[in-house]
Design a protein around this ligand. Structure first.
Ligand code: UDP
Ligand code: MG
Length: 150
């Protein structure tokens, strides 16, 4: 089964959106296999966003992500990486479709509530960056036999 890394950013957490966000993924049929509440150290923020280090927005991005605790999660399901990117919506909440998390809860690109891995390769890297293998729980959700066609 596929896995992806998701993080409720400090604005989402301080606005009380963790429960709503977890609920949206649960209702979709995705399975939570790891979670942790944490204030991220600078090194891990830089590693998480390493492809953006040279970009002009990187200093403000780092300050934003380190501005408070975040809620880190790993979600599992068939094709979960692309499903979760669709559920969170476009990077800029002004362009994100209504019904998506960013479309429903954000306004500014620099306060866009949530992060999710953009490819299976990023997902594997980001999961390993934030979680030890033994922190990922393997279990069967009771509705899996009716959720999936095969
Ligand atoms: N970001 C920003 N300004 C920009 C582009 C990105 O503040 O012009 C921030 C924003 O928080 C975004 C993160 O940097 O979520 C990573 O950017 P990316 O293009 O990877 O978007 P994402 O994968 O989060 O949709
Ligand atoms: Mg990205």
């Amino acid at each position: 089964m596929d896995r992806t890394f998701v993080m409720v950013k400090p604005d989402g957490l301080q606005r009380g959106l963790v429960g709503e966000i977890v609920s949206r993924f649960e209702r979709k049929g995705l399975k939570i296999v790891a979670a942790r509440f944490e204030k991220l150290p600078e090194s891990r923020v830089s590693d998480q966003y390493r492809e953006h280090i040279s970009k002009p927005f990187f200093p403000s991005l780092k300050q934003y992500i380190m501005g408070g605790p975040v809620f880190l999660m790993v979600w599992e399901g068939r094709n979960v990486v692309s499903i979760v990117r669709k559920v969170i919506g476009a990077t800029n909440p002004q362009e994100a479709a209504p019904g998506t998390i960013r479309g429903d809860y954000g306004i500014d690109i620099g306060r866009n509530v949530i992060h999710a891995s953009d490819s299976p390769e990023s997902a594997a890297r980001e999961i390993a960056l934030h979680f030890k293998p033994e922190e990922l729980c393997t279990y069967t959700r009771i509705d899996e036999s009716v959720l999936y066609e095969y």
